[in-house]
Design a protein around this ligand. Structure first.
Ligand code: CUA
Length: 381
């Protein structure tokens, strides 16, 4: 192979870091870890920034020092190969210096790190607790409406959308129903693994109402990349209304309508995995066919109050302001009918769900049935 000309090699060597640098400059990056939107994430940020600064200064000194030495003591033209530079051995002052200084720097960093860890992990005045379950490939959030400390079947749960009140600590009790997943909303806190058989806690706190996105950060199988999260923070009164609504049963659609046909179809075709309280909970109770590895599918009682479906793979409503995130005020606006219909037509074709018996199967629905189901799903608000 001919060698690349020197100049081109130089250009390539410069281009690679430049591309990496440019990659870090995206402005519309909602999963930016360096853009905290709550007090807990801010504490982490307040630790990361000075540590990064110290590390950067050390990096520059060491790298430029090394380069300077190499240049200064390089072999010069006319010097004999056998000419050795003056040999020295040992410099007590220098050696003590470069042992003590890094130790001191690390000690300072350790104090800050441990202090931050203790602070963000000992927040025991949480306003509420939500149970989080990761499974292939979506997140379930269960709410303890009656406040008895238990998450019962009759109490509501959502998929993908974690709705919380803004400005207060919300404690998450994180579980997994199958393999290891990892929960992470970068703008609200660090990440926490969801491990089968264990309960991990994590606290979220959002300064302002808004929608904060994240995604599973532990490789958990084929559709790991389609296991997304949305934390929807609402003002306390709106959150109370939201929770009160979630606790209600779904209303049966008016007889003779397309939605009523959809409800019937839902009861016969979807009850194996999905429940909509008030519609098919009788069929569902105790009859759940446990062929799904991780248990049943998302509860759909108030499906239409969510911003996304299929583990956050698709927006359920149109993103009207074009910022790629469906905010709370866009929910209930314009239905993303195309993706919803495509999903019902062939779910495994939309989101890889192998090996078999994970996720939603293709039910071979007719177009007419898909229309009926969509009409029914829209009534679940
Ligand atoms: Cu769940 Cu990756």
């Amino acid at each position: 192979m001919p060698r690349m000309p020197r100049r081109r090699r130089g250009a390539l060597a410069l281009a690679l870091p430049l591309f990496l640098l440019l990659g870090a400059c995206a402005s519309d990056a909602p999963q930016d870890t360096l853009d905290p939107k709550g007090p807990i994430a801010r504490q982490i940020d307040d630790l990361v920034n000075p540590v990064f600064l110290v590390a950067a200064v050390v990096f520059v000194i060491v790298e430029f020092g090394t380069l300077a030495m190499v240049l200064k003591f390089r072999k010069r033209r006319g010097e004999d190969d056998d000419d050795l530079p003056a040999q020295t051995h040992g410099n007590t002052k220098l050696e003590i210096g470069w042992t003590v200084l890094p130790a001191a720097i690390l000690a300072v960093v350790a104090v800050g790190t441990i202090g931050t860890l203790i602070n963000i992990n000992s927040r025991d005045d949480a306003a509420m607790t939500v149970r989080v379950e990761g499974q292939q490939w979506w997140w379930r959030y269960s709410y303890d409406v009656d406040g008895d400390g238990r998450f019962e079947d009759e109490e509501p749960s959502t998929g993908t959308d974690l709705v919380i009140p803004a400005g207060v600590d919300v404690e998450l009790e994180i579980h997994s129903n199958d393999v290891i997943h990892s929960f992470w909303i970068p703008s609200l806190n660090g990440k926490k693994d969801a491990v089968p058989g264990r309960t991990h806690t994590l606290t979220l706190n959002a300064d302002e109402p808004g929608t904060y996105v994240g995604q599973c950060t532990e490789f958990c199988g084929l559709s790991h990349a389609y296991m997304r999260q949305r934390a929807v923070a609402l003002p306390q009164d709106e959150f109370d209304d939201w929770l009160a609504n979630q606790a209600t049963e779904a209303e049966e659609p008016e007889e003779g309508t397309e939605a009523a046909l959809g409800a019937e179809l839902f009861t016969t075709q979807c009850s194996r995995c999905h429940v909509a309280r008030g519609i098919n909970d009788e069929e569902w109770a105790d009859e759940g066919d446990k062929t799904l590895v991780a248990g049943e599918a998302p509860e759909l009682t108030h499906f239409a109050t969510r911003g996304a479906f299929a583990g956050g793979t698709y927006n359920l409503w149109e993103d009207l302001d074009g910022d790629d995130i469906v905010e709370y005020d866009e929910i209930g606006g314009e239905l993303n009918r195309i993706d919803l219909e495509a999903w019902l037509r062939n779910p495994p074709g939309q989101k890889p769900m192998a090996p078999e018996a994970r996720g939603m199967p293709n039910l071979q629905l007719q177009e007419e049935q898909i229309d009926q189901l969509v009409a029914f799903l829209q009534t679940l608000d």
